[in-house]
Ligand binder design. Structure first.
Ligand code: KG4
Ligand code: ZN
Length: 355
């Protein structure tokens, strides 16, 4: 039996988890800083790292307590090393290093994007991975299409050239006076609006699988101004039907773009499985469209349950297990790296060929 303690501090959630054999989640404690960042309408890096400093020790202690284990029962430590906010990453990495050195435990430094991917194979009822898998990873910081041909083998096929999908949701929500983070709020309100009430044109980008969402954000702002849609004075105020239509059309446009690019990548790469991961994978319309896309192309589909879509430490452990089994130990020289791409130089060459 292999028990790993995972630590995640890359953005605005401090999380720690204990997972056994990559299957049994003994604990997965998440302390969100949402209330703090809601005051600013976004994540403030300085504030985030300070909050991690305060939370990391009690959250790790709680993860051990909830799992009814002590550090002596743990076989390895896994921690997010990047990408993310430099100051926030540093808190988790330094804490994990300390534990690993103090207890003489192997230390695994995990890529945050990779861990979002592994979240789809988390939990007792999760399916076994099927490769090659084509993955769309969409969060507040990333919108990436990755071809995964095996554990640890990634080719980045494309990504966003401006805003990440989640970031676009959050910015449009902020502009309309909706609560932070805006993705889940827009998703909920969009169910009550007419997605065809406002036409968002198709985005043209040079790369075959490049996303661009900032144009939609601008289009939403211009439309709101022209149609006299005022931002809500308070996030709990009842939204007008025009505002509901606007958010429904915006969600529709973003999802249509994500699906269109993913379909292109499926046709080019002919994978056996389709994966949807990251915080935006909680989006109802996107989940429904991916189910349809997988059916149409006869692909196995893996989407994490909504509770594993957002940042959490159990997914860090899930990504760490195959690395630990392969003998990896990053005790020496593990650093927090704010910009950490997934996929090597080969991936970059492939992306260029697509253009
Ligand atoms: O993966 P995550 O928890 O943190 C990052 O690594 O960024 O993703 C958070 C992002 C936020 O931008 C949030 O607005 C978005 O995911 N999000 C959603 C939904 N739930 C969360 N976006 C659209 N629809 C949702 N249901
Ligand atoms: Zn994330």
């Amino acid at each position: 039996m292999i028990r790993i303690l995972g630590i995640e501090t890359s953005c605005d959630e401090t999380s720690a988890a204990v997972v056994e054999d990559g299957r049994t989640i003994l604990s997965n404690v998440i302390a969100s800083q949402i209330e703090i960042h809601a005051r600013y309408g976004g994540v403030f890096p300085e504030v985030a790292s300070r909050a991690h400093v305060e939370a990391v020790v009690p959250i790790a202690e709680r993860a051990l307590a909830d799992a009814h284990v002590s550090l002596g029962d743990v076989d390895a430590i896994a921690v997010t090393r990047g990408p993310g906010l430099a100051g926030s990453l540093l808190v988790g990495v330094n804490f994990a290093k300390g534990l690993s050195l103090g207890r003489n435990l192997p230390l695994l430094g995990i890529n945050h994007i990779e861990s979002h991917l592994y979240a789809v194979w988390l939990g007792e009822d999760a399916k076994e991975p099927v490769f090659p898998a084509l993955a769309l990873i969409v969060s507040g910081g990333h919108s990436e299409i990755i071809l995964m041909s095996g554990h640890g083998q990634y080719q980045r096929l494309g990504g966003t050239i401006d805003d990440a999908a989640g970031e676009a949701f959050d910015k449009v929500a902020k502009m309309l006076g909706l609560a932070y983070p805006g993705g889940p709020v827009i998703d909920r309100l969009a169910e009550r609006g007419n997605p065809l009430a406002v036409a968002f044109g198709e985005v043209r980008t040079k790369g075959e699988v490049a996303f661009s969402f900032s144009g939609y954000k601008t289009a939403a702002r211009v439309y709101a101004q022209r149609s006299g849609i005022e931002p809500l004075a308070h996030p709990d105020d009842p939204p007008s039907s025009a505002l509901l239509d606007l958010v429904a059309a915006f969600r529709y446009a973003v999802v249509r773009e994500l699906v269109r690019r993913t379909r292109q990548a499926i046709q080019a790469e002919r994978p056996r499985a389709l994966v949807l991961a990251g915080g935006v994978a909680a989006n109802r319309l996107l989940r429904a469209e991916f189910t349809r896309l997988a059916d149409t192309h006869g692909l196995a589909l893996s989407i994490p349950p909504p509770r594993y879509c957002a940042d959490n430490a159990a997914m860090i452990v899930k990504a760490a297990l195959p690395r630990l089994l392969a003998g990896e130990d990053g005790t020496e020289g593990l650093d927090a790296t704010a910009h950490l791409p997934l996929g090597g130089p080969e991936a970059t060459r492939r992306t260029r060929r697509h253009r």
